[in-house]
Design a protein around this ligand. Sequence first.
Ligand SMILES: NC(=O)C1=CN([C@@H]2O[C@H](COP(=O)(O)OP(=O)(O)OC[C@H]3O[C@@H](n4cnc5c(N)ncnc54)[C@H](O)[C@@H]3O)[C@@H](O)[C@H]2O)C=CC1
Ligand SMILES: O=C(O)C(=O)COP(=O)(O)O
Length: 529
Amino acid sequence: MTEQVRVLIADKMDPRAAAIFRERGIQVDEKSGLSPEDLQAIVHDYDGIAVRSSAKISAAIMDAALPRLKVIGRAGIGVDTIDVPAASARGIVVMNTPFGNSITTAEHAIAMLFALAREIPQADQSTQAGKWEKNRFMGVELAGKTLGLIGCGNIGSIVADRAHGLKMKVVAYDPFLSPERAVELGVEKVELDELLPRADFITLHTPLTDQTRGILSREALAKTKKGVRIVNCARGGLIDEAALKEGLESGHIAGAALDVFAQEPAKENALFGTPGLICTPHLGASTNEAQVNVAIQVAEQMSDFLLLGGITNAVNVPSLSAEEAPRLKPYMALAEKLGRLLGQIAGTEIRSIDIEVEGAAAELNIKPISGAVLAGIMRSWSDTVNMVNAPFLAKERGIGVREIRTEREGDYHTLVAVTAGTDNGPRRVEGTLFGNSAARLVKIFGIPVEAELTGQMIYIVNNDQPGFIGALGTELGENGLNIATFNLGRRKEAGEAVALVAVDDPITREVAAQLRELPGVREVVPLSF
Ligand SMILES: NC(=O)C1=CN([C@@H]2O[C@H](COP(=O)(O)OP(=O)(O)OC[C@H]3O[C@@H](n4cnc5c(N)ncnc54)[C@H](O)[C@@H]3O)[C@@H](O)[C@H]2O)C=CC1
Ligand SMILES: O=C(O)C(=O)COP(=O)(O)O
């Protein structure tokens, strides 16, 4: 009986997320506002955890959630509250919903621009306090001003579009923005050092990474135009908060509108009360529309993954649609078996891995196939490897991986070949699918052999000589090992031969040693699949 799939919604989320999980037969618990300790205490019971930005998912929480946890779903964009490298190393998929709240967040940035330009929060407070300070509040127009975008991806592009509607000139600093895309968006692509002194308003729209942390540093802020107004609806760590406070106090910076803070929840912050500062409590994504979008998307994506193996919007593993997944499944099983075979025979000697797909296999997404090969190879070294962490582990061990696609068909309508580069030269295995589903090895180290890779097996290389098969059968029989299948191949008559023998029970070290003593035997490797 398969175990009930369970998901924890660990943050406040639109009820549609839970409804979707339930509709799809997944058991769901909703527990927002837990302390890290309380979260850590309960996570072992779940296959998936859905979060927004409040529940932080650290390596310690993942460790407590293993071996069961398979996926962390972010109902939103930023994954900086999830330790993604730790998830990758542990084989846990992390997915987000990259578009669901982008319009809403861009609109918040525009709202902040207006709030800064006309001091709306301050004027509101003063008016409701009965002061009627008509002469105190003198704003600036947005029309004709230069908006400097730092980060011009999904949200930055929407902000640019809205700013054009407001008749602003838009310049953007984003090293990954292509000149063609900049033209398409009608923005002028500039370097940061050019943007800083030119912009009347600056808005930030990058993720928080090691490269972007402190991008508006003290030095950068010093290069801005006098009277600049700054909006941050991206991440707190992007601005040096102490330098921002000084800039506001000195009057060099006319205003700053912050939705996000270096420390959240920001119940205390040295910036609070500084003249010209406007704050909202990380509301960028908080509209009904955005929350419905991200809740539905995250629940659909996580359910597709947990129930069907489909991967959408994962940030640490290539995508695989729920439609593709069933077609790829037999190939991934074949790829994993070929990998396991190589891993057990060539073991830790492997320095590089070439994965080739030919014929029908070449029409498919190669990434999951190569992920399965790597997982198969490395599973002989560690049993916590899966296709998510295998590419990272390969990289960590300095193993070069190449993927090669050949459209033409050879002897088989579909073929997956894996070549491991070792200190003793290349070792190549090839496999196909019979009837589009049954995995078969068809060639091992240049020798044609047809074998199902299953259960307990022995791989034997011997000199092709009369009497060997009889002697092998007798030796196995004397050790109480029943032969299930016997697959033979040879390079040429009286040359090198291989046998892949499936047996009903595991082969002990002692039996393997006895087999090595048989006349003409060159190599014996017990295998398990
Ligand atoms: N306040 C809120 O509630 C929300 C905040 N966000 C934040 O907004 C960020 C941006 O979201 P999207 O536009 O959807 O992401 P995106 O990935 O579409 O765009 C990010 C852009 O930043 C650029 N970038 C990366 N490194 C850079 C660097 N060193 N300098 C300049 N640009 C750089 C990228 O090239 C990319 O174009 C998210 O990562 C998230 O942290 C997102 C949604 C809601
Ligand atoms: O999507 C994002 O990156 C956000 O910052 C939104 O955060 P939230 O889901 O509102 O906690």
